[in-house]
Design a protein around this ligand. Structure first.
Ligand SMILES: [Zn+2]
Length: 240
């Protein structure tokens, strides 16, 4: 029972040590290492936000929400095209939603409705495309698309829609970027600190060895017969 508690404590202690090693301050508080670490935490947040902004601006995918075909003749009284009175025709329309961001899509915009229509063999727009402003058929297409029944589609219009933000994805994506960038910097910091400590340890042991051999700890100059010298005659280092 006692050993069980002890093992539990040591496992917990090891976890805490690991967590401190990765996330805690590097080196003693308010040391240069700790200050660099704090700076890295702040700088990587800025970098993560910039990355998210860039991704929201540039990494986009088009999603086809809906496509529809309606007989224009069904809607009476609104078919006056070029003074032609009683047009019967067909309409093909499509609506795309643009999603941008990385690693998750964080903004979404409804593109303008795109359509192709044929009226009595004339007035065909040729291919599916954005309906020009002020085109007489515009309100009719708008109405047909609005009646499609899909909630997202009913918000569509002939002009580009408002951009909205996926807040959860933004938060999650930014946190993920931040964590990744910060961990990368921490790994570099931990390795450089280990190298620094090893080098300091090596320099310390070399000084101790030189002192024992009666040589200057700084430059290794032989101090035989200079037992009472205050400074090394070679490099000027204080000997005691
Ligand atoms: Zn010396």
């Amino acid at each position: 029972m006692v050993s069980g508690t002890g093992r539990h404590r040591s496992a917990l202690g090891r976890l805490k040590y690991l967590a401190r090693f990765i996330f805690g301050p590097v080196g003693v508080p308010s040391s240069t290492w700790a200050r660099i670490s704090d700076l890295a935490l702040f700088a990587t947040l800025i970098l993560a936000l910039l990355l998210q902004w860039y991704a929201a601006e540039h990494v986009c995918r088009h999603v086809l929400l809906a496509g529809g075909q309606e007989n224009i003749g069904r809607v009476d009284g609104q078919l006056i095209l070029a003074g032609n009175g009683s047009g019967i025709g067909s309409l093909t329309w499509e609506l795309r939603r643009q999603e941008c961001g990385w690693p998750y899509f964080i903004t979404t915009t409804l593109d303008p409705i795109r359509a192709n229509w044929v009226m009595d063999g004339e007035g065909s727009s040729g291919r599916i495309d954005v309906v020009p402003d002020e085109h007489p058929i515009g309100p009719l297409i708008q109405q047909i698309v609005s009646n499609h029944g899909n909630a997202a589609v009913s918000k569509a219009s002939l002009s580009p829609g408002r951009t909205s933000v996926y807040w959860t994805s933004l938060l999650f994506g930014t946190s993920l970027c931040w964590l990744g960038l910060f961990l990368a910097i921490r790994v570099i910091m931990v390795f450089s600190r280990v190298g620094f400590l090893l080098q300091r340890g090596y320099a310390g042991s070399m000084k101790a060895r030189r002192s024992l051999q009666g040589r200057c700890p700084s430059c290794g100059y032989n101090l035989d017969g200079l037992d009472f010298a205050a400074k090394c005659p070679e490099c000027g280092a204080l000997l005691w």
